[in-house]
Write a protein that binds this ligand. Structure first.
Ligand code: ATP
Ligand code: MG
Length: 382
């Protein structure tokens, strides 16, 4: 394994903790990424320093204290924010998601033991030495996702780990270790106790994975127990789609099921509109002709139309739309060379203005008149 190139700002955080007589290690995803030979997207630090001690050590630096109850202090370094969290043991879990209380500890091993999977339960010191009490490195080499400790109990504590496991599998192309997979199946009903927002966020992560089709097919029963609206017989469709949650979720939804699921998952209005648009429009293939493309852009909005083309792999129509956008063609009411005020100048009022603008857009879209102020006003006067 190569020596990890720890960014200087992150290394300085570890050093400061050590100079203060405390331990500091990189932990979790960044160590996993390093062992796998990829560059981490962020760095988390675990420390024996208590939260108040951490605050004292980084007094004078820019810190964010929002996670303090859980022992987390975010230190803003030149290499980005670094979350510094006190070694922690999680107490009992009565809601299958949140520990009833957290206990700080001075033992790195105890902190690693509370983590979900062996590959996420490794720590690395400033010198590059790996602390790996649960065999995370070996599991990574074998491509296995394995719970730390007894899988049934770990999923009972926090059922979201079930979806995290599937997300990592879909992302990394790893297999679930046999006992971990069996426990997922046994505990799948507990997923229904998890906040829908959390389920949605893990589902998005899973859908973005290169191996999402395989994992969804293989763990169909687990997924369906909490997301019965997904039509997993459509999994194969994902392979051709870019890894964007809205595109991929739309592919797995039957028209009738879509609104209900989106409501239940409490998705944003924007995400909802996008998915519903794709589900509604996906059977309508736009011919690769300029006017047809303009019509569809005017009806759906250019951005939506581009997304739909990507969903349908309608490359030719997409290129035409992009060319239209480049040449700043008029594709919406907002692009018209006249606005409501101009029409008031012609004596139009209220709803008549909206209707007139619609009419003008239609004429321009059909390329009957150019998008020029004179021409548009002239048309209305007739
Ligand atoms: P990613 O690359 O997706 O960020 P990550 O492993 O960093 O992966 P995070 O959600 O950022 O995932 O969590 C950081 C670490 O915290 C994990 O590596 C794991 O050690 C621990 N962790 C996170 N969520 C849980 C959980 N639900 N149960 C146990 N440990 C968890
Ligand atoms: Mg992370």
């Amino acid at each position: 394994m190569k020596q990890m190139k720890i960014p200087a700002g992150v290394a300085a955080v570890l050093e400061r903790l050590e100079l203060a007589g405390r331990e500091g290690y990189l932990v979790g995803g960044c160590v996993r990424d390093h062992v796998m030979g990829c560059t981490p997207h962020d760095y988390d630090v675990t420390t024996s320093a208590l939260p108040e001690e951490t605050l004292a050590i980084f007094r004078g630096d820019r810190v964010i204290e929002t996670g303090l109850q859980h022992g987390t202090v975010t230190v803003l370094t030149a290499d980005g924010p670094v979350e510094v969290t006190t070694y922690r043991q999680d107490g009992t879990y009565s809601d299958h998601r949140h520990p009833d209380g957290v206990t700080f500890t001075r033992s790195l091993r105890e902190d690693l033991a509370r983590r979900d999977f062996t590959m996420n339960a490794m720590a690395m010191g400033r010198s590059g030495a790996l602390e790996d009490p649960f065999g995370g490195r070996e599991d990574i080499q074998r491509g296995l996702i394995r719970c730390v400790g007894e899988a049934d109990r770990r999923f009972e504590e926090d059922a979201l780990r079930i979806l995290r496991g599937l997300r990592f599998a879909a992302r990394l192309g790893f297999a679930l270790e046999e006992e971990t997979a069996a426990a997922m199946d046994r505990k799948k009903e507990l997923l229904n106790t998890i906040a829908r927002e959390r389920v949605f966020s893990e589902l998005c992560g899973l859908l973005q994975g290169v191996y999402a089709p395989e994992i969804l097919a293989q763990y169909r029963a687990v997924v369906q127990s909490t997301l019965p609206e997904l039509d997993l017989s459509r999994c194969e469709l994902l392979k051709a789609l870019p890894p964007e949650p809205a595109l991929r979720l739309a592919a797995l939804l039957q028209r009738e099921q879509a609104p209900g699921l989106l409501t239940r998952l409490k998705v944003s209005n924007e995400f909802r509109r996008t998915v519903l648009m794709l589900v509604e429009e996906r059977e309508q293939l736009c011919p690769p002709e300029r006017k047809a493309v303009r019509r569809r852009c005017a009806a759906l909005g250019a951005e939506n139309f581009l997304l739909l083309c990507r969903y349908q792999q309608n490359e030719r129509a997409r290129q035409i739309a992009e060319a239209l956008i480049r040449e700043k063609a008029c594709l919406s009411i907002g692009d018209l060379a006249v606005n409501g005020r101009d029409l008031m100048g012609l004596g139009l009022r209220g709803a008549a203005i909206g209707r007139a603008l619609e009419q003008l857009l239609e004429q321009v879209t059909e390329e009957n008149i150019p998008n020029e102020k004179e021409a548009l006003l002239q048309y209305l006067k007739q």
